[in-house]
Design a protein. Structure first.
Length: 199
């Protein structure tokens, strides 16, 4: 089953632009820009939504919840209910400290792992959504609080790595709309294996 709705997680407002915690926003914005899609604020869903008519009679949606990270599940619950979609049709792109910077990992189950956005989704939706985990690494200075780390901006060196991989992140997100999570996982993992062999 391919994905119908892809949500990028983040916090709204200029204060949070460019932070590690907003990498989900960054990736869905990159995909929308590549496809020439425009964003529309939908107050009833507390979200910004880009409608993607991939072919006649086949519509997909990109979503940026505007509820702040900790209440992301509330907005997505409303969207799924409105479109009468099962939780399995949802994919969520978000920052992941347990994946190396510049890498990605797909999964469809598990705990929140300390991520407040995923905790909110589990509360409102339960398990079953596709997790598109975007690596930010965990190279925080000793004693630095986790919240301060994820809400901080990428260093210049880190931002270079993100910028170099942004097209790959967006292509991975596009794969979720065209094939099953398992197939997408194989393709993304193959890309990582090829790079490791070339290194």
């Amino acid at each position: 089953m391919s994905v119908t709705l892809l949500a990028g997680l983040g916090n709204p407002g200029a204060k949070y632009e460019g932070t590690r915690h907003n990498l989900g926003f960054t990736v869905v914005e990159a995909l929308a820009a590549a496809e020439g899609l425009s964003w529309k604020h939908e107050p009833r869903f507390e979200a910004e939504i880009a409608r993607w008519n991939v072919r006649p009679g086949e519509t997909r949606w990109l979503v940026k919840p505007q509820t702040y990270m900790n209440e992301s599940g509330r907005a997505l619950r409303r969207l799924l209910d409105f479109h009468k979609l099962p939780v399995e049709s949802l994919a969520v792109a978000y920052d992941e400290i347990n994946v190396d910077l510049g890498r990605v990992k797909l999964s469809v189950a598990g705990s929140a792992g300390g991520h407040n956005g995923i905790a909110s989704l589990l509360e409102h939706l339960g398990n079953g959504f596709v997790r598109y985990r975007l690596g930010i690494g965990f190279a925080r200075p000793p004693g630095m609080d986790l919240a301060d780390y994820v809400l901080g901006k990428f260093s210049p060196a880190e931002k270079t790595i993100i910028d170099q991989n942004l097209k790959f992140f967006a292509e991975g997100a596009r794969l979720l709309f065209t094939c099953s999570p398992a197939d997408a996982m194989n393709r993304l993992n193959r890309r990582d294996r090829n790079e490791s062999q070339q290194a």
